[in-house]
Ligand binder design. Structure first.
Ligand SMILES: Nc1ncnc2c1ncn2[C@@H]1O[C@H](COP(=O)(O)OP(=O)(O)O)[C@@H](O)[C@H]1O
Ligand SMILES: [Mg+2]
Length: 376
């Protein structure tokens, strides 16, 4: 489906980004490119949709030399997701996902149906999310929309350049799992770039470990783990950050995005509806400057609704929390054992960093423990 034949890229300033790269990617494969910063991962991806041109060699997509195809036509058949997400802020979720179908001249009804189908595929209720603006979504949700947008016009190939790189570890683990489930249904040819070895081993049918613009070793996650060809591969694969989480260390790795954050002037009934939709029992109250006012429980909200209060102002409880930078993993564990509810984590400036949950910590641990076994 995608083939690199002796591809070399020398940038204008003399940087040799790719050095005789040879690689064939089959239709329906999920291939992950990994390697140290600057080894040529992004450059390789950009060759596939012709954002960069080889200095020497040939890149083929679907058997055609990309240098001979109209770039606009080429890119319509290739989805592209980047770390910076790149959603247009003034367009709704529906309009963002529908960008390429719109360019292709699809009729409104067809685009709407496709958007709804994709949102549902990703577990987002279309009636709730279709009309939201990117600013009304969490970072994880925005990146989900970025992925759906890339899939909208049903491309053969999807390129993903560190798409989850900016997300917290638990939101990232959730999106990885969703992507694997999505791929089982859509069966695209996916080329995914990361510098996170856990992510590479979890997602890839095949992992391509690059170094200095060429392939150092490629194969299944098992192959790379069990038969590293040299010390470079061994040490690259060997990094296991889970075993480096120490009870006295900072809580950073355990923090996930708070699923529901609301402003103090929000209506309690609205919050209750969102909680039901999310199957959650707590919400964080945060003001427009990001400062944390407290955490609300279901019972507080039901009571406020009964009393016909029109805002959640003052409902947040502030007694159970962790503060950065001093909070340790042990502190988090003590609070979580005590009560199975999210623990909010507050930054030094009083803003909400996120929450720590029993479920999140369990998912993170399981995802790390099963790494390499994730690609069926
Ligand atoms: N437009 C450019 N001009 C000059 N050098 C570049 C350009 N883009 C990337 N490079 C260089 O090419 C090498 C490979 O870059 P890149 O493919 O972005 O690496 P990676 O994605 O693996 O971190 C790096 O040394 C980088 O600095
Ligand atoms: Mg890069």
């Amino acid at each position: 489906m995608v083939e690199f034949q002796n591809v070399t890229k020398v940038y204008d300033d003399g940087t040799r980004a790719l050095d005789q790269l040879n690689l064939t990617i089959e239709r329906g494969e999920f291939v992950v490119f990994i390697g140290p910063s600057g080894c040529g991962k992004t450059t390789s991806l950009k060759m596939i949709n012709h954002l960069e041109t080889p200095t020497e060699g040939t890149v083929l997509v679907g058997g055609q030399d990309v240098s001979g195809v109209n770039p606009v036509e080429l890119r319509r058949g290739i989805g592209y997701v980047i770390q910076e997400i790149g959603l247009l802020p003034h367009l709704t979720v529906e309009e963002n996902i529908g960008t390429v179908p719109h360019l292709l001249g699809w009729r409104k009804k067809r685009t709407r149906e496709r958007v709804d189908e994709l949102l549902a595929l990703s577990g987002l209720d279309p009636t709730v999310y279709r009309h939201r603006l990117p600013a009304q979504l969490s970072g994880g949700q925005q990146q989900r929309i970025g992925v759906l947008r890339a899939l909208a016009a049903d491309p053969d190939v999807v390129l993903m350049d560190e798409p989850f790189g900016a997300l917290d570890p638990i939101t990232k683990a959730n999106l990885q799992q969703e992507l694997l489930e999505l791929q089982q249904r859509v069966q695209k040819t996916i080329i995914f770039v990361t510098h996170d070895i856990d992510e590479a081993l979890k997602l890839g049918d095949r992992v391509v470990l690059m170094r200095r613009g060429a392939v150092e070793q490629m194969g299944s996650p098992d192959h790379l783990q069990n038969e590293p060809v040299n010390e470079f591969v061994r040490s690259f694969i060997g990094e296991d950050r889970l075993s480096q989480i120490s009870p006295e260390g900072p809580v950073d790795t355990l923090i996930e995005e708070a699923p529901l954050q609301v402003w103090p002037d929000t209506d309690p009934t609205w919050v209750l509806e969102r909680l039901e939709e999310l199957s959650r029992e707590t919400a964080q109250v945060v003001d427009r400057r990001g400062r944390w006012h407290g955490m609300m429980y279901l019972a507080d909200l039901l009571e406020a609704e009964r009393k016909k209060r029109t805002s959640v102002e003052g409902l947040g409880r502030r007694d159970r929390k962790l503060t950065q930078p001093e909070a340790t993993v042990r502190d988090a564990a003590v609070l979580l054992v005590d009560l199975d509810a999210p623990v909010p984590v507050i930054r030094e400036d009083g803003t909400l960093a996120g929450v720590i949950t029993n479920g999140g910590v369990a998912r993170l641990t399981i995802s790390r423990l099963t790494r390499g076994g994730g690609a069926q």
